[in-house]
Ligand binder design. Structure first.
Ligand code: DAH
Length: 370
């Protein structure tokens, strides 16, 4: 056996025996690397006589080509095997459900707000919005709060520092200013366009949003949510208001049994003003709507005061209307049994896990909408 045949036999055996790509690479370096056994042989060609080179050259080059070919073939085989092994070991089971702790929840206030909007939408109400930072005119004056009247303080208002015009803006204390903005928008289409629904009467809108008062206990937080309602048309009377609120309560609490009573109240922007109570039962710990011997205040409401209509350029002898203001969070606490309003805005993920709603929930039975 010549030295070349012997070397080829050894190298071929080493290539065949390499168990993985790394071991094969070591064989390649030992044979074909800079000072590998085959490379060293190739270097000897330079010092040979032409006759000798003619004879040995093809033999050594042939050896190098065959070894290189064998390494490449073995490499392809090993890589395919390694990939197969990896695929077998790392199989993904696409039927597994995603880990539940990574799913977000819909905040109860937003769930309740959506339910309310859907019910009012079915009754033909559009949606309106106004800014959280209001001016005195929209939050108080146009709503018939007399200047310097203690009613302005009644709301525990958050006042902002005076601006360059000496004006003090407020964080709106209620959503009632959206009534003013909607009616004025109906009169003047050049006003800012963050009012989604703008129209001359007839008007039928609800306006949900954040409201602010400096107050904090189990049923009050400095920020909370209200939903304003406003209907303006010809010949509107309290019967329309009563039907609208009763129909809403029945849909919202998913019960046909709603008994209501209207208690006289005072709001500067309505005349007459009332608070609507619903019959309820508080004996068992949580509140059951529609049964029992108790009453619970649920919404402030009334017929829009003629001064408010005049402040918005509407003639009270032609147009009448009613308005109402719900506490959205409060309605959510009643419907879903949350005891403390402050928890709703504490951003505690465990609370949200417990009281939150799935974003992929089945259609809401109250509204038929998801
Ligand atoms: N703005 C009142 C409040 O925050 C709620 C309210 C009462 C709104 C009567 C109305 C209404 O539209 O007619 O206490």
């Amino acid at each position: 056996m010549t030295d070349l045949t012997k070397l080829e036999a050894e190298l071929s055996a080493a290539v065949a025996a390499a168990p993985d790509v790394a071991a094969l690479e070591a064989v390649r370096v030992a044979a074909l690397g800079k000072s590998g056994s085959v490379s060293e042989l190739l270097k000897t060609l330079g010092a040979m006589s032409p006759d000798e080179r003619r004879e040995r050259g093809p033999l050594i080059n042939g050896l190098r080509d065959r070894i290189a070919g064998a390494i490449a073939a073995r490499k392809a085989g090993l890589e395919a095997g390694e990939l197969d092994a990896k695929l077998a070991a790392e199989r993904v089971d696409l039927t597994l459900p995603p880990p539940p702790e990574r799913r977000g929840r819909v905040h109860p206030t937003m769930q309740v707000q959506d339910e309310m909007i859907a019910i009012f939408a079915e009754m033909g109400f559009g949606l309106a919005e106004g800014p959280d930072i209001e001016d005195d005119f929209h939050n108080f004056t146009a709503l018939n709060f007399p200047p310097k009247h203690p009613a302005r303080e009644m709301h525990d208002t958050f006042w902002l520092p005076e601006d360059e015009n000496g004006e003090r803006k407020v964080l709106r204390t209620h959503t009632s200013p959206v009534q003013i903005r909607t009616m004025l928008q109906g009169q003047n289409d050049k006003l800012p366009s963050w009012i989604a629904t703008s129209q001359a009467p007839p008007i039928r809108i609800v306006a949900p949003g954040r409201t602010y008062r400096s107050d904090s206990d189990a049923t009050h937080t400095p920020m909370f949510h209200q939903m304003e309602g406003l209907v303006i048309d010809r010949a509107i009377h309290m019967g329309h208001l009563k039907w609208t609120l009763e129909t809403f309560i029945s849909r919202f609490f998913e019960t046909p049994l709603v008994e209501t009573r209207f208690r006289p109240h005072h709001f500067p922007f309505t005349e007459p003003s009332a608070e609507m109570d619903v019959r309820c039962d508080r004996s068992g710990g949580d509140v059951k709507i529609g049964q029992g011997d108790d009453w619970m205040e649920i919404v402030g409401c009334g017929m829009v005061h003629p001064n408010v209509l005049r402040n918005c350029g509407l003639d009270p002898d032609v147009w009448q209307g009613f308005a109402f203001g719900f506490g959205i969070d409060r309605l959510g606490m009643l419907k879903y049994g949350m005891p403390d309003l402050r928890d709703m805005f504490a951003s505690d993920v465990r609370w949200l896990e417990h009281y939150g709603f799935s974003a992929f929930a089945a259609p809401n039975p109250a509204t038929g909408l998801s």
